[in-house]
Design a protein around this ligand. Structure first.
Ligand SMILES: Nc1ncnc2c1ncn2[C@@H]1O[C@H](COP(=O)(O)OP(=O)(O)OP(=O)(O)O)[C@@H](O)[C@H]1O
Ligand SMILES: [Mg+2]
Length: 373
């Protein structure tokens, strides 16, 4: 199906709702973008809910509704900015806000009621992308590799796409067309750095990684952090805020005897992100020649330099070089997944998620005027 689609993405960082208006002819064409703010109090409530709190079922219902309306608002603002009418849009693909991800138990929960998105925008909405993959025995994540495969694959260069969001994930796109695409979450992306920056600088993130750069990587602490069982686990694997969070870091620092400056802890966390990505590439994708980075982490110059230092023989650059702005890859991917859903094509890659088969992802909530009368 050709036409316009909207992708809505709010990731583990809970920094903003990314909204992308995309046209799909041959390659995706990014027509307009909008970053919709999540006000601090709402962010705080989402964090509380993600971590577990008193009266959480009621809070979940409230926030499911609040986020549904916010997602619709994000889509409507995007269309207003682009001067495009809702009737021109085939569908919205809404990832939702993850509040729990327990793939080992077969569950993952994203909120942001799609009934409200469809009703308030008037546009057919596809949501709940992860649970069909879980039902088929998969991790339900990562889901972006199929999109990476559709738009970034080359037969002349062996590529790895690296998304550095709250969590970091990689997709290997072999140059050899017969080799299967694989991918997994490597571990923390920005999530630990963001938490540490908030605690010490009262800022949501370390602008350009400057604070990390002012510190010194503490190798023994890094070695200790690298002992976490997740890094040893073989793919398929995925993770989230349930595992890598500020309490995880506090427990690690408690057992680390030496007193460190906050900036050296930050430098070490930054290195942890770079080292675990580099390690994943070296261990699992030795044929890879180039890394294309997307997600907010691309703006952290320290993590980018550390990646280059860890992988001196690889090209390390951003997805911009492949024609897609690194800030919008994920949102575009969910627009694409909505398109695949309407075409009844599978959106998961079993080699990535571990599902028993390719499955069609997402539930469809029809927009206004789409009902049969
Ligand atoms: N200018 C910047 N300098 C340093 N870091 C930045 C900058 N801009 C964004 N970031 C980092 O990127 C993060 C947001 O990235 P992004 O939106 O890709 O993650 P996300 O919403 O968690 O998505 P997901 O986890 O699904 O990939 C911010 O929380 C911050 O850590
Ligand atoms: Mg984000």
């Amino acid at each position: 199906m050709n036409g316009l689609f909207i992708g809505l993405m709010s990731g583990t960082s809970i920094d903003a709702v990314d909204a992308a208006l995309v046209g799909f002819a041959q390659q995706p064409l990014l027509i307009a973008t909008h970053s919709h703010p999540i006000e601090p109090k709402l962010r705080q409530q989402l964090l509380m809910l993600s971590e577990g709190c008193h009266n959480e079922l009621t809070l979940m219902l409230m926030l499911d509704q609040r986020m549904g309306k916010l997602f619709a608002e994000a889509a409507n603002t995007l269309l207003k900015k682009a001067s495009i009418d809702a009737t021109a849009v085939c569908a919205i693909g809404s990832h939702g806000q993850t509040i729990r991800h327990y793939p080992e138990s077969g569950c993952s929960l994203q909120i942001g009621d799609a009934n409200l998105i469809a009703e308030h925008s008037g546009i057919t909405t596809v949501a709940d992308f992860r649970r069909r993959d879980l039902a088929a025995g998969g991790e339900g994540a990562p889901l972006v590799p199929a999109f990476h495969n559709a738009v970034f694959r080359s037969n002349s260069e062996d590529r790895v796409i690296v998304n550095i969001g709250g969590i970091a994930n990689i997709t290997h796109l072999p140059a050899n067309a017969d080799t299967v695409v694989s991918g997994f979450d490597t571990g923390p992306g920005n999530i630990l750095m963001d938490g540490w920056t908030m605690r010490h600088l009262k800022q949501p993130f370390d602008e350009k990684g400057r604070w990390a750069k002012s510190g010194k990587v503490e190798q023994p602490l890094l070695n200790q952090l690298l002992q976490d069982g997740y890094f040893m686990q073989l793919p398929p694997k995925s993770t989230g805020r349930e595992h890598f969070n500020i309490e995880w870091l506090d427990r690690q620092l408690e057992t680390y005897q030496q007193q460190l400056s906050p900036e050296s802890v930050q430098a070490t966390l930054c290195q942890l992100t770079a080292s675990t990505i580099a390690q994943a590439v070296k261990e699992h994708h030795p044929a890879a020649e180039a890394l294309y980075i997307c997600g907010g982490g691309v703006h952290n110059e320290t993590v980018m330099q550390q990646l280059e230092a860890e992988l001196p023989r690889h090209k390390v650059t951003s997805t911009r070089e492949l024609g897609i702005s690194p800030d919008w890859v994920e949102a575009i991917a969910f627009a694409w997944l909505a398109k695949e859903r309407l075409a009844a094509r599978p959106g998961n890659l079993p080699a990535v998620t571990g599902a028993s088969r390719p499955v069609v992802l997402g539930g469809v909530y029809l927009g206004k005027g789409k009902e049969e009368r």
